[in-house]
Design a protein around this ligand. Structure first.
Ligand code: PMP
Length: 355
């Protein structure tokens, strides 16, 4: 039976990315060796990193003066690495969900942290707006898409202090005004690659300003200077990232990804709003196009498990909501198809007709 993959991450990747990566795992560039078996310093691998960097720069229209690096450690290591490099005295964080909170917690190891705004009062069901940003912050950290709660902002805010964005779950799904950020980071395992690599975009003239020693591996300058090759990088994940970037470009770039995301979300939220059994969990103007969260209406609560079974029988994978929200979460990253969304909508309609 055909599967429709709504996993929140690691998640669906374009079929051709998987096939092309599989080919290189079996035989890298006709060398008779697997890409898993070669040195990252082999002359054939450097072009992989170079093309990946150049495609990321091209697709996101990154201005001069920014570097793109690929590291291990996940987005979670960035929760530490950001303050290690940028928190001199005081940083601000938007508390918009579980990942934002984890980022905030790590920053406290390095200095004073202020919660500039929070949506914890309503279980993170909205994106805070119209908050005041203190001007004495070393930076403001935001999470543009909250994977667990399904809230998102798709605008790049004007910020009076250096802005840092965790874009793990919406990177490459829309055009970004990179010039508004000092750094952007993303665990790649949603819209960019298989798990194992994290992409960081960092403004060069913000580096090297720390007033204390930064451990070598945590220091962004180390990795910028060595072109992500200070130590052994995650070779196969970087290769899969390159293939995904080629795919995004061939499909029409991030503008097309944005159009598709809106199209998918409109169909799915439309059904959630129409269907008598369900409602969305997030305030309308904060709804994520990437992680679409919905629950059973109170009078149909008992149908939660039966609907999950019903949808699973029709090939839906990964639609069970995160335990802190409950209900359902349909993740619709770049590789998600209209067909997948339509199948889920059909399951929702057919299940409604039975009750
Ligand atoms: N930030 C966000 C927004 C995430 O969704 C995740 C993981 N899903 C993380 C950070 C943590 O990423 P990792 O598992 O790569 O450390």
């Amino acid at each position: 039976m055909k599967k429709y993959n709504f996993n929140a991450g690691p998640s669906m990747l374009p079929r051709e990315v998987i096939e092309n990566t599989a080919k290189q795992i079996l035989d890298f560039n006709g060398s008779g060796l697997s890409i898993m078996e070669i040195s990252h310093r082999a002359k054939d691998f450097q072009p992989v990193v170079d093309e990946a960097v150049s495609l990321v720069k091209e697709l996101l229209n990154i201005p001069e003066g920014y570097s793109v690096i690929f590291l291990g450690g996940g987005a979670s290591l960035q929760f530490t690495q950001i303050p290690a490099n940028f928190l001199i005295k005081k940083a601000g964080y938007l508390n918009t969900g579980a990942w934002a909170k984890k980022a905030l917690k790590e920053a406290k190891f390095y200095g004073e942290v202020v919660e500039v705004a929070s949506s914890a009062d309503k279980n993170y069901t909205y994106m805070p707006r119209d908050f005041e940003i203190p001007t004495d912050l070393d930076y403001l950290h935001i999470t543009t898409n909250n994977t667990i709660y399904g809230t998102e902002t798709r605008e790049d805010m004007d910020c009076p202090v250096p802005l840092i964005g965790d874009m793990s779950s919406d990177i490459m799904s829309r055009p970004v005004d990179v010039s508004k950020y000092t750094a952007i980071y993303a665990g790649a395992q949603k819209n960019m690659a298989m798990a194992g690599v994290t992409m960081i975009i960092v403004k060069d003239d913000m580096l090297g300003k720390m007033n204390r020693e930064v451990p070598t591996m945590l220091n962004y300058s180390t990795h910028v200077e060595k072109g992500s090759m200070f130590n052994t990088p995650p070779v196969v994940p970087i290769y899969s990232l390159l293939e995904t970037m080629r795919w995004v470009k061939a499909q029409g770039g991030v503008t097309e990804m944005d159009r598709r995301a809106k199209e998918r979300a409109e169909i799915l939220y439309g059904e959630i709003d129409r269907n008598k059994l369900f409602h969305g969990t997030v305030e309308e103007d904060s709804r994520s196009l990437m992680n679409i969260c919905f629950v059973m209406n109170e009078e149909y609560k008992d149908l939660e498990k039966p609907f999950l079974d019903f949808a699973t029988e029709r090939g839906m994978v990964g639609i069970k909501g995160h335990r802190s929200v409950g209900g359902f979460r349909a993740s619709c990253y770049n590789a998600q198809t209209i067909e997948g969304v339509n199948e889920l909508v059909k399951a929702m309609k057919d299940f409604e007709a039975q009750h």
